[in-house]
Design a protein around this ligand. Structure first.
Ligand code: SF4
Length: 347
């Protein structure tokens, strides 16, 4: 199958164009069509010769993601997109509109192999990782569709970004490049469930992105029950990698903590969590877990969420309750894709 042309950096495009016997400056024109004007087809490129377009079409495809379904929240206008990839797979992305900016949550893989117990994305494993071009196209397609400039990106949809390391780093460099959409790296957050070696590697990339650790438990025992990755890396190792990330980048970390009723939301859990992360320049995001039908976790009620928050605050931990967006549409990550797969297979 041909590669998505958006995956090529400007330098890679230049090399290819010289190979075709064309002048290198043509790469700048084509790159601009793809990454600034967000062209969906080589035919849109009015200042590029037919011969060059024909050479490119031999090696690459320029098809954008296909919009399979868009769900719009009646409450806050959040849009959830189901996109079709050229190989027939589908992925989800979400667009959220805030007062003065908008944010896109993208997927980094088709499915996920990490097996977190509360997550719909992992139920069928990981089919494949997305290329940098496909991730760029999640943002481009949404920007084109909504007509609004995307200012923030969170890589927190389906997939474990650190399990698709090279493509994620390439994506971040390309989306923040001044020759492309030029989104500030400071407005990009990449999450991980805690792949320790990649966290150390990321700290050396000289990026200014925020790293969000999916923590979800205050000790190894509880974390192992929720997240299989905890069997591989202890909290001690994960927290050391977080501290290293801050030391190397100066970027404050985010700890994501999904509250599951009766599981990780007690006063004792809050105290243990505060003890675990004290002294780290970080922010805790509390998220009442989004129930999925395949598991029987219940979300903590707002009383328990507020109690947990107050307890952390008393222990001088920076904490917010994540504002729920699009709660009236298939909210939990991976649910829309799963519904689509069940319908297509007639389950
Ligand atoms: S929560 Fe993230 S890392 Fe865990 S299974 Fe879901 S997508 Fe994968």
């Amino acid at each position: 199958m041909k590669e998505n042309i958006r995956t090529l950096t400007k330098e890679e495009l230049k090399e290819k164009i010289v190979e075709y016997g064309e002048k290198p400056f043509r790469a700048g024109q084509i790159y601009d069509w793809l990454h600034v004007k967000l062209a969906r087809s080589l035919d849109d490129m009015s200042n590029v010769s037919k011969a060059l377009k024909a050479s490119l079409a031999e090696d690459y495809h320029c098809d954008g993601l296909k919009i399979v379904e868009v769900q719009t929240s009646a409450i806050d206008g959040t849009k959830k997109f189901l996109f079709g990839l050229p190989d027939g797979n589908v992925i989800e992305s979400v667009w959220m509109k805030y007062k003065s900016w908008d944010s896109v949550c993208i997927s980094s893989q088709v499915g996920c192999k990490m097996g977190c117990k509360f997550c719909a994305s992992t139920l069928d494993g990981c089919v494949r990782s997305l290329t940098a071009g496909e991730m760029l196209d999640e943002v481009y397609t949404i920007q084109k569709y909504t007509g609004e400039r995307v200012s923030n990106i969170v890589v927190m949809g389906s997939g474990e970004p650190m399990d698709n390391y090279d493509n994620i780093v390439k994506f971040v460099r390309m989306i923040s490049n001044e020759d492309g959409l030029h989104i500030s790296q400071r407005n990009i957050t990449v999450s991980t469930c805690g792949l320790v070696p990649q966290m150390y590697k990321l700290a050396e990339e000289k990026l200014e992105i925020t790293l969000a650790l999916s923590l979800h438990a205050p000790n190894d025992e509880k974390r192992k029950a929720l997240m299989p990755i905890a069997n591989k890396y202890s909290l001690k190792e994960v927290i050391a990698a977080c501290k290293n990330y801050f030391e190397k980048t100066g970027r404050r970390l985010t700890f994501e903590y999904a509250l599951v009723a009766g599981n990780n939301d007690s006063d004792k859990d809050a105290a243990e969590l505060a003890e675990l992360i004290k002294g780290i320049n970080a922010h805790v995001n509390l998220i009442p877990v989004n129930p999925i039908k395949e598991c029987n976790f219940k979300r903590s009620d707002m009383g328990a969420v507020n109690r947990f928050k107050n307890k952390l605050e008393k222990m001088r931990i920076n904490v917010t309750i994540r504002r729920e967006m699009g709660s009236d549409i298939d909210g939990a990550c991976g649910q829309l894709r799963r519904k689509h797969m069940e319908e297509s297979s007639g389950c």
